[in-house]
Design a protein around this ligand. Structure first.
Ligand SMILES: NC(=O)c1ccc[n+]([C@@H]2O[C@H](COP(=O)([O-])OP(=O)(O)OC[C@H]3O[C@@H](n4cnc5c(N)ncnc54)[C@H](OP(=O)(O)O)[C@@H]3O)[C@@H](O)[C@H]2O)c1
Length: 272
């Protein structure tokens, strides 16, 4: 992978490129969103995001996971993408331990319905256990079922209070939160002012973006405004309506990398 901005002649060390400028844990929670989009704004092809990716994108996906204390994901993505526990090569697990992190980050699933497949591989994980984050108003029977196979955090009424959830994760030592989507959860995080950083991969494809507005509408020139994007070929119907963004969230470009016509943009929240 090579760096276009800042311009460099040598190859990029991804670990250095994605740890520079990270706040220390005592600064409180840090939420990084990592997503991929086609050039025409599609977030999925045939209902899943894998068709947009490539080798460099998969490498970055793994690097970002290896840096995080917890991987946060919406229930829609966990279902459609058939999430399992995070797997990392032995050397990345050792590097985490040297940094004082657990060998593997848990997956934390945000859900309103608490209708998840409790027999799936995601909930077979024991070290670490998967975390379920649900509203406090969730039926006690559903929460009891979830507690059999997962650690359960409850917060919020009707929907998860994401600010409180992120604070609760940090209180358990999980300061660095990597959100892998999907668009509903990411929109809710942005609406709550919780997106500190956005790592956006632009896949060099046109995927025929259709469907209703979710997040995106990526505009350039030194700033990025989160507003709307599209799911392509939406075979998945959401039951949960995210909080709308009521104001633009301005971001600032940290770097732009390129490999095989894929563009890797790292943005951070613009200082007030
Ligand atoms: N291109 C990419 O980078 C990327 C990344 C991830 C996903 N995707 C794609 O996105 C699609 C899924 O989209 P999506 O918007 O449905 O995914 P999502 O955001 O992962 O899931 C939505 C679900 O998450 C739960 N949720 C989100 N915010 C919540 C809150 N504040 N409180 C309570 N529950 C909350 C709800 O779960 P319940 O349904 O359980 O109530 C909601 O229905 C898939 O096609 C997937 O492939 C693309």
């Amino acid at each position: 992978m090579r760096s276009l901005l800042p311009s460099m002649s040598e190859r990029v060390n991804l670990f250095e490129a994605y740890t520079s400028g990270l706040p220390p844990p005592d600064m409180g929670p840090f939420v990084r969103v990592n997503m991929i989009s086609s050039l025409d704004g599609a977030l999925a092809v045939g209902g899943r995001s894998g068709g947009l990716g490539g080798p460099a994108d998969r490498l970055l996906f793994s690097v970002l996971r290896s840096l995080a204390d917890v991987v946060l994901v919406g229930a829609g993505t966990a279902r459609v993408e058939r999430y399992g526990p995070v797997e990392l090569p032995r050397e990345l697990q050792s590097a985490r331990q040297e940094r004082g992190q657990a060998p593997l980050p848990p997956v934390a699933v945000v859900t309103q319905s608490a209708d998840l497949d409790w027999s799936s591989k995601l909930f077979a994980a024991t070290s670490p256990r998967t975390i379920v984050i649900a509203p406090g108003t969730t039926h006690v029977d559903k929460l009891a079922r979830a507690r059999e196979v997962a650690d359960v955090f409850t917060t919020g009424t009707g929907a998860v209070d994401l600010a409180s959830a992120v604070r609760a994760l940090a209180a358990e030592g999980m300061h660095h939160v990597l959100c892998e989507g999907g668009p509903t959860l990411t929109t809710s995080l942005a609406a709550a002012g919780l997106v500190d950083e956005l790592c956006l991969t632009l896949s060099p494809q046109l995927a025929g973006s259709v469907g209703g507005p979710l997040m995106g509408g990526w505009l350039g020139s030194g700033g990025l405004w989160l507003a709307r994007t599209h799911l392509s070929h939406g075979s998945y119907e959401r039951r949960f309506q995210s909080q709308p963004l009521t104001q633009l969230v301005r971001l600032q470009l940290v770097h732009l990398l390129e490999e095989d016509s894929y563009l890797f943009l790292r943005f951070r929240r613009r200082g007030e």
